[in-house]
Design a protein around this ligand. Structure first.
Ligand code: IMP
Ligand code: MG
Length: 173
Protein backbone atom coordinates (compact mmCIF):
# COMPACT_ATOMS: atom_id res chain seq x y z
CA UNK A 1 0.00 0.00 0.00
CA UNK A 2 1.19 3.53 -0.71
CA UNK A 3 -0.05 7.08 -0.39
CA UNK A 4 -1.59 8.92 -3.32
CA UNK A 5 0.88 11.46 -4.76
CA UNK A 6 -1.56 14.31 -4.33
CA UNK A 7 -3.64 14.80 -1.21
CA UNK A 8 -7.36 14.04 -1.55
CA UNK A 9 -8.02 16.96 0.82
CA UNK A 10 -5.32 19.55 1.47
CA UNK A 11 -4.61 20.94 4.92
CA UNK A 12 -5.73 24.41 3.81
CA UNK A 13 -9.10 23.05 2.66
CA UNK A 14 -9.58 21.32 6.02
CA UNK A 15 -8.80 24.58 7.81
CA UNK A 16 -11.28 26.52 5.70
CA UNK A 17 -14.04 23.94 6.10
CA UNK A 18 -13.44 23.67 9.86
CA UNK A 19 -14.11 27.41 10.22
CA UNK A 20 -17.44 27.02 8.40
CA UNK A 21 -18.40 24.04 10.59
CA UNK A 22 -17.47 25.93 13.75
CA UNK A 23 -19.81 28.76 12.84
CA UNK A 24 -22.63 26.34 11.91
CA UNK A 25 -22.21 24.49 15.19
CA UNK A 26 -22.28 27.72 17.19
CA UNK A 27 -25.41 28.87 15.36
CA UNK A 28 -27.17 25.56 16.09
CA UNK A 29 -26.19 25.82 19.78
CA UNK A 30 -28.08 29.13 20.05
CA UNK A 31 -25.81 30.48 22.78
CA UNK A 32 -26.10 27.37 24.99
CA UNK A 33 -22.84 25.88 26.32
CA UNK A 34 -21.58 22.76 24.55
CA UNK A 35 -19.49 19.75 25.45
CA UNK A 36 -17.40 18.62 22.52
CA UNK A 37 -16.78 14.89 22.94
CA UNK A 38 -14.00 13.71 20.64
CA UNK A 39 -13.87 10.06 19.60
CA UNK A 40 -10.34 8.79 20.20
CA UNK A 41 -7.98 8.46 18.56
CA UNK A 42 -8.77 9.44 14.99
CA UNK A 43 -10.79 12.60 15.72
CA UNK A 44 -8.10 14.16 17.91
CA UNK A 45 -6.49 16.57 15.39
CA UNK A 46 -9.87 17.56 13.94
CA UNK A 47 -11.44 18.06 17.38
CA UNK A 48 -8.49 20.19 18.51
CA UNK A 49 -8.86 22.46 15.47
CA UNK A 50 -12.67 22.53 15.50
CA UNK A 51 -12.75 23.41 19.20
CA UNK A 52 -10.93 26.65 18.47
CA UNK A 53 -13.35 27.59 15.69
CA UNK A 54 -16.54 27.36 17.78
CA UNK A 55 -17.27 30.70 19.43
CA UNK A 56 -18.98 30.51 22.82
CA UNK A 57 -18.67 28.27 25.85
CA UNK A 58 -17.26 24.86 24.90
CA UNK A 59 -16.00 22.11 27.21
CA UNK A 60 -13.88 19.22 25.94
CA UNK A 61 -13.99 15.52 26.74
CA UNK A 62 -13.22 12.17 25.13
CA UNK A 63 -14.78 8.81 24.43
CA UNK A 64 -13.23 5.71 22.97
CA UNK A 65 -14.56 2.40 21.77
CA UNK A 66 -12.65 -0.79 21.58
CA UNK A 67 -13.58 -3.43 19.06
CA UNK A 68 -13.13 -7.05 20.12
CA UNK A 69 -12.69 -9.97 17.75
CA UNK A 70 -12.48 -9.47 14.02
CA UNK A 71 -11.99 -6.39 11.96
CA UNK A 72 -12.85 -2.84 12.90
CA UNK A 73 -16.16 -3.10 11.10
CA UNK A 74 -17.40 -6.46 12.33
CA UNK A 75 -16.10 -6.81 15.89
CA UNK A 76 -18.12 -6.32 19.05
CA UNK A 77 -17.82 -2.74 20.26
CA UNK A 78 -17.37 -1.62 23.84
CA UNK A 79 -16.83 1.84 25.30
CA UNK A 80 -13.29 1.69 26.77
CA UNK A 81 -12.82 5.37 27.70
CA UNK A 82 -15.81 7.20 29.10
CA UNK A 83 -16.13 10.99 29.32
CA UNK A 84 -15.01 12.32 32.69
CA UNK A 85 -17.54 15.19 32.71
CA UNK A 86 -21.16 14.16 33.31
CA UNK A 87 -23.08 14.51 30.04
CA UNK A 88 -26.47 14.39 31.75
CA UNK A 89 -28.52 17.45 30.83
CA UNK A 90 -25.71 18.87 28.66
CA UNK A 91 -25.63 19.75 24.96
CA UNK A 92 -23.24 17.24 23.50
CA UNK A 93 -21.40 17.52 20.20
CA UNK A 94 -19.84 14.19 19.29
CA UNK A 95 -16.86 14.59 16.96
CA UNK A 96 -15.81 11.66 14.74
CA UNK A 97 -13.06 11.34 12.15
CA UNK A 98 -15.07 9.37 9.60
CA UNK A 99 -18.47 7.76 9.15
CA UNK A 100 -17.97 4.53 7.27
CA UNK A 101 -20.42 1.68 7.99
CA UNK A 102 -21.76 3.83 10.83
CA UNK A 103 -21.39 1.02 13.37
CA UNK A 104 -18.98 2.94 15.60
CA UNK A 105 -21.03 6.14 15.57
CA UNK A 106 -24.33 4.37 16.29
CA UNK A 107 -22.77 2.47 19.16
CA UNK A 108 -21.29 5.63 20.65
CA UNK A 109 -24.48 7.62 20.14
CA UNK A 110 -26.49 4.95 21.95
CA UNK A 111 -23.96 4.99 24.81
CA UNK A 112 -24.12 8.80 25.03
CA UNK A 113 -27.93 8.87 24.83
CA UNK A 114 -28.00 6.48 27.80
CA UNK A 115 -26.22 9.26 29.76
CA UNK A 116 -29.29 11.47 29.09
CA UNK A 117 -27.80 14.58 27.50
CA UNK A 118 -30.12 17.55 26.83
CA UNK A 119 -29.20 17.24 23.16
CA UNK A 120 -26.83 15.22 21.00
CA UNK A 121 -25.40 16.24 17.66
CA UNK A 122 -22.82 14.47 15.53
CA UNK A 123 -20.05 16.13 13.55
CA UNK A 124 -17.92 13.97 11.24
CA UNK A 125 -14.90 15.29 9.35
CA UNK A 126 -15.46 12.74 6.57
CA UNK A 127 -18.49 10.82 5.39
CA UNK A 128 -18.49 7.75 3.13
CA UNK A 129 -22.26 7.34 2.66
CA UNK A 130 -21.98 4.46 0.14
CA UNK A 131 -20.47 2.26 2.85
CA UNK A 132 -23.26 2.79 5.37
CA UNK A 133 -24.77 -0.25 7.09
CA UNK A 134 -26.37 1.47 10.10
CA UNK A 135 -28.88 4.30 9.63
CA UNK A 136 -26.75 7.11 11.06
CA UNK A 137 -26.35 10.61 9.67
CA UNK A 138 -24.13 13.41 10.89
CA UNK A 139 -25.61 16.84 11.64
CA UNK A 140 -22.38 18.43 10.41
CA UNK A 141 -20.08 16.90 7.77
CA UNK A 142 -16.71 18.24 6.67
CA UNK A 143 -16.34 16.37 3.37
CA UNK A 144 -18.33 13.63 1.67
CA UNK A 145 -15.97 11.22 -0.09
CA UNK A 146 -16.15 8.17 -2.36
CA UNK A 147 -15.34 4.68 -1.16
CA UNK A 148 -11.58 5.24 -0.68
CA UNK A 149 -9.46 4.24 2.26
CA UNK A 150 -7.95 7.49 3.46
CA UNK A 151 -5.24 8.41 5.95
CA UNK A 152 -3.79 11.54 7.51
CA UNK A 153 -5.02 14.29 9.84
CA UNK A 154 -5.78 11.71 12.52
CA UNK A 155 -6.86 8.85 10.27
CA UNK A 156 -4.60 5.82 10.39
CA UNK A 157 -3.65 2.64 8.61
CA UNK A 158 -2.29 0.28 11.29
CA UNK A 159 -1.62 3.32 13.51
CA UNK A 160 0.53 5.08 10.90
CA UNK A 161 -0.03 8.35 9.03
CA UNK A 162 -2.12 10.09 11.71
CA UNK A 163 0.48 12.90 11.74
CA UNK A 164 0.04 13.95 8.10
CA UNK A 165 -1.43 17.49 7.86
CA UNK A 166 -3.44 16.60 4.71
CA UNK A 167 -5.65 13.63 3.85
CA UNK A 168 -4.40 11.09 1.30
CA UNK A 169 -5.83 8.01 -0.37
CA UNK A 170 -4.12 4.75 0.38
CA UNK A 171 -3.60 2.87 -2.88
CA UNK A 172 -2.50 -0.63 -3.86
CA UNK A 173 1.16 -0.78 -4.98
P1 IMP B 1 -17.47 2.51 11.00
O1 IMP B 1 -17.77 1.96 12.34
O2 IMP B 1 -17.46 1.45 9.92
O3 IMP B 1 -18.29 3.71 10.60
O4 IMP B 1 -15.95 2.95 10.99
C1 IMP B 1 -15.52 3.86 11.84
C2 IMP B 1 -14.04 3.75 12.11
O5 IMP B 1 -13.32 2.96 11.16
C3 IMP B 1 -13.48 5.15 12.01
O6 IMP B 1 -13.63 5.84 13.22
C4 IMP B 1 -12.05 4.87 11.61
O7 IMP B 1 -11.26 4.61 12.76
C5 IMP B 1 -12.12 3.60 10.78
N1 IMP B 1 -12.15 3.91 9.33
C6 IMP B 1 -13.18 3.79 8.48
N2 IMP B 1 -12.85 4.18 7.23
C7 IMP B 1 -11.56 4.59 7.31
C8 IMP B 1 -10.63 5.13 6.34
O8 IMP B 1 -10.90 5.33 5.15
N3 IMP B 1 -9.39 5.42 6.83
C9 IMP B 1 -9.02 5.24 8.12
N4 IMP B 1 -9.86 4.74 9.05
C10 IMP B 1 -11.12 4.42 8.64
MG1 MG C 1 -8.68 3.59 12.99
Amino acid sequence: MRLSREPLIKAAEITRRTGVLGRQIARAAKGEPLILVAVLKGALPFAADLLRRIPGEVALDFIRVHSYAGTQSSGRLEVSVRPEISLTGRNVLLVEDILDTGRTASHIMAAVLAMEPASLRLCALLDKPVRRVMPVEADFVGFTIEDHFVVGYGLDYNESYRNLPSIYRLEEE
